[in-house]
Design a protein around this ligand. Structure first.
Ligand SMILES: Cc1cc2nc3c(=O)[nH]c(=O)nc-3n(C[C@H](O)[C@H](O)[C@H](O)COP(=O)(O)OP(=O)(O)OC[C@H]3O[C@@H](n4cnc5c(N)ncnc54)[C@H](O)[C@@H]3O)c2cc1C
Length: 235
């Protein structure tokens, strides 16, 4: 599948929570990608680009991007300035951060770890496994954020957890409020408590580059083979 430049039109843009926005882009054709892949969006007239993971499922004309505008650089400002009806240029679909058929056939447990907007590709990857592929192994998502108010997909992920008994969601907040019932700390504090079955586990890490490095090391120490650890660094 070769990446190509595709014209798109903004069909919705909504603030999900805090600095996180969702951008709906309508393409001319149905989007043919594998959940986990990303697009490169042209963010200024000089042709500067920024990468954004596709946060929705394939085979629809609309794709969704979840964008954290906190960095406030060229890409963030471009996304903030977009209005419904604006034309955009999308280059896609890119990247190898996907769940392979081999992984599906051999693995009993899939661990997904995301920080911040790093949950963007993980949700469609998990939905694809549960809804489209009927994966019956255990799927564990560990999502790290700073504040409870920033949890932009809490309701959606909670619903998925109620619908599929093989999907487990854990959230670690570094700065929770007093009433937060979950884990206070970082994603590593959660994975320390999850039963990792070494060779039978594959891990998918996405988001903050430091988290990816630390988590990869931790999982290798826990017996997960390096070739079963896949990652996308938002750098
Ligand atoms: C494969 C890939 C997929 C990505 N998918 C997403 C996605 O789905 N959603 C999303 O929001 N972002 C995603 N990113 C990150 C995104 O491409 C940009 O790098 C990020 O949004 C910053 O762009 P900017 O132009 O606003 O800031 P820049 O002008 O690039 O940087 C401004 C300042 O912010 C710092 N900075 C850069 N990136 C980040 C960051 N991620 N977090 C905090 N500070 C940062 C820089 O060091 C600099 O000081 C992805 C990155 C990659 C490589």
């Amino acid at each position: 599948m070769n990446a190509k430049k595709m014209p798109g039109r903004v069909v919705y843009k909504t603030n999900l929570a805090g600095d996180t926005w969702v951008l709906g882009i309508e393409l001319e054709e149905k989007a043919d990608f594998i959940p986990g892949q990303f697009v490169s969006l042209k963010v200024n007239e000089e042709g500067l680009r920024r990468s954004y993971s596709v946060a929705s499922l394939p085979n629809k004309k609309n794709i969704e991007l979840v964008v954290d505008v906190a960095p406030m650089g060229v890409g963030s400002k471009y996304v903030l300035g977009l209005k419904v009806g604006d034309l955009v240029e999308v280059l896609g679909f890119l990247g190898k951060f996907v769940v392979s058929d081999d992984t599906l056939l051999t693995q009993k447990k899939l661990l997904f770890v995301g920080t911040g907007a790093g949950a963007a590709p993980l949700k469609p990857m998990i939905e694809d496994l549960l809804i489209n592929k009927g994966f019956r192994g255990q799927i564990h998502l560990v999502w790290g954020m700073r504040f409870e108010k920033d949890l932009y997909w809490l309701a959606e992920l909670d619903k998925l957890q109620r619908e599929y008994d093989n999907f487990h969601l854990d959230i670690a907040l570094s700065h929770p409020g007093e009433k937060w019932p979950g884990v206070q700390g970082h994603v590593g504090d959660v994975t320390d408590k999850i039963k990792i079955e070494g060779k039978k586990t594959s891990a998918f890490l996405c988001g903050n580059p430091e988290m990816v490095v630390e988590m990869k090391k931790k999982l290798i120490d826990m017996g997960v083979p390096e070739e079963q650890i896949f990652y996308e660094r938002f750098a």
